[in-house]
Design a protein around this ligand. Structure first.
Ligand code: SAM
Length: 335
């Protein structure tokens, strides 16, 4: 079973006259994790504020929920929850408070950012490119948010997560297409140039920057789920021009997030061709109130079937790889 929903936009123009200006030049020194992984975002206080700000906006958008899946309806209630790429741990900590009887294992490449976790959060420092030490069918819930879009061969990680999930358990995959598009004309050259360099660099490590929309297809190809749900949220990045105030807030937060996530990124991406100037031009044009520029966010969740076939048929596996090659391989070869 599968359901897909899309927010309907109004064509309201923002009531703003002020023209965007270039960002201030004074910048904080950024710091990054040192693990051997293609992940390019920082792990400092600015990043901590960014991730927590986005988490707050998401909760507001979802009506004070931490995900769209009906976690509270799980029967029996979850005892083991796994969160991969936990960042500041803000989601893991909310899940731990929501289910005090459960243990929430929060995994990340580095934990500079997790502050005062509740006692039922277990921190596990791990580079997921070097191992996946979790028993089959051992978790009630597995969650990843904004991680797959940074991982080489993301379908493989989804497959491992599905294997770690118990029958009836919930797999929560929440991610973006790391790209901006326009509904009222061409995307500015500055934005195209930024993403050409960014994706070109990431593609060399096998990272697909437009993961969000492809997750549903990967879940179907695994043939292990009784339910698959997708909710697409096009976040209005350049101005708050939709009829939904919470969606507008999401857009504003995502816009602030772009500025913080990519700031200084050229220092972590030598050879990519990215420069401060390319970055600043992109951020300036992403803030152009006269345009309607969006970034797509996908909330995808699936329930593992009670009876999971031990192995998918040869035909299903061949189809899954073909689908992966066509969607991601083709995308990566384009850079
Ligand atoms: C964009 S952040 C998202 C954080 C969090 N999920 C959230 O939504 O706020 C991605 C996180 O994944 C972690 N990460 C990236 N590559 C990883 C890897 N190979 N193994 C483990 N964690 C990784 C990063 O350190 C970072 O904390």
């Amino acid at each position: 079973m599968s359901s897909t929903s899309t927010i309907t936009m109004t064509e309201m123009k923002p009531q703003m006259t002020e023209k965007p200006t270039a960002r201030p030049v004074a910048r904080k020194q950024r710091t990054w994790h040192e693990a051997d992984a293609p992940y390019t975002f920082a792990n400092d206080d600015t990043e901590w504020e960014r991730l927590n700000g986005v988490h707050r906006a998401i909760k507001e958008y979802l009506g004070n929920r931490i995900t769209l899946a009906p976690l509270e309806e799980l029967s029996p209630p979850p005892k083991k929850i796994l969160e991969l790429g936990a960042g500041t741990g803000v989601w893991a900590m909310d899940a731990a408070n929501m289910f005090p009887e459960a243990t929430v294992t929060a995994v990340d490449i580095s934990f500079n950012n997790i502050r005062n976790p509740p006692p039922n959060v277990v921190l596990k420092q791990l580079n997921l490119l070097e191992g996946f030490p979790f028993e089959p069918e051992s978790f009630d819930i597995v969650h990843m948010r904004f991680l797959l879009v940074h991982m080489p061969n993301f379908p493989e990680l989804i497959k491992k997560c599905s294997a770690a999930l118990r029958p009836g358990g919930l797999l929560l995959l929440e991610d973006i297409d790391q790209n901006l598009y326009s509904t009222d004309g061409e995307v500015p050259e500055s934005i195209k140039t930024f993403y050409k360099h960014y994706h070109g660099h990431m593609a060399k490590s096998g990272v697909d920057g437009e993961t969000g929309a492809k997750i549903e297809g990967v879940l179907h190809s695994l043939n292990q789920f009784s339910e698959i749900h997708v909710h697409n949220m096009p976040a209005p990045i350049s101005a708050p021009y939709t009829a939904d105030p919470n969606l507008n807030k999401m857009g504003i937060e995502m816009r602030k997030s772009l500025g913080k996530a990519y700031d200084g990124i050229w220092g972590k991406m030598p050879g990519s061709g990215l420069t401060q100037e390319i970055h600043d031009n992109m951020i300036r044009d992403a803030h152009d109130h006269d345009r309607q520029i969006y970034m797509d966010f996908y909330w995808t969740w699936a329930r593992k079937a009670d009876k999971v076939p031990e192995t998918a048929t040869l035909y299903q596996q061949a189809w899954a790889w073909w689908d992966y090659f066509v969607q991601t391989g083709w995308w990566i070869l384009g850079y």
